[in-house]
Write a protein that binds this ligand. Structure first.
Ligand code: FES
Length: 155
């Protein structure tokens, strides 16, 4: 068991399955995602099957099962962005990086997450890449924006 995970688990009573969500949140905060190894550690400590933990964790959008990419893309799915086409934006991003929301591209370069209102509704639809906002994005501008990040890796 990794030291960090062990420290997290010891904050909670052994076998107290009602703490599953806070335990997973703590693990993800430390590791950045829920690794298979960590889920097994949680499973042993809370005395519940790992398959059940995966089942619960996949139900919640907040949990990730892979490390974030070098460039973490957040697509706003708040109301203003939705009305102005954020679903199409999301689909374009998924097409460009080759994975669905909640995942990381195979080359580890990009990860994608849908988020609620980012507080910049006047600039909708909005995406953020590592915290840098891109305003009024369109399905056409997505490729250009993401291609620029990809090019930075080839310099
Ligand atoms: S709804 Fe997207 S920034 Fe507010």
């Amino acid at each position: 068991m990794k030291t960090n995970i062990k420290d997290i688990l010891l904050k909670y009573p052994e076998g107290a399955q009602e703490n599953l969500i806070p335990v997973l949140q703590d693990v993800q905060e430390v590791e950045g995602f829920l690794s298979k190894e960590s889920v097994i550690s949680v499973s042993n400590y809370l005395k519940m099957p790992a398959s059940k933990i995966f089942g619960v964790a996949t139900f919640y959008n907040q949990f990730r099962f892979a490390p974030l990419g070098k460039y973490h893309i957040q697509v706003c799915r708040g109301t203003a962005c939705h009305v102005l086409g954020s679903l199409t934006v999301l689909q374009e991003v998924e097409k460009f990086i080759g994975v669905k929301s909640g995942s990381t591209s195979r080359d580890g370069l990009f990860s994608l997450e849908e988020v609620a209102c980012m507080g910049a509704c006047g600039l909708a639809p909005v995406i953020s890449v590592n915290g840098n906002f891109h305003a009024k994005v369109t399905s056409e501008s997505i490729s250009e924006i993401l291609e620029n990040y990809r090019k930075q890796e080839q310099i």
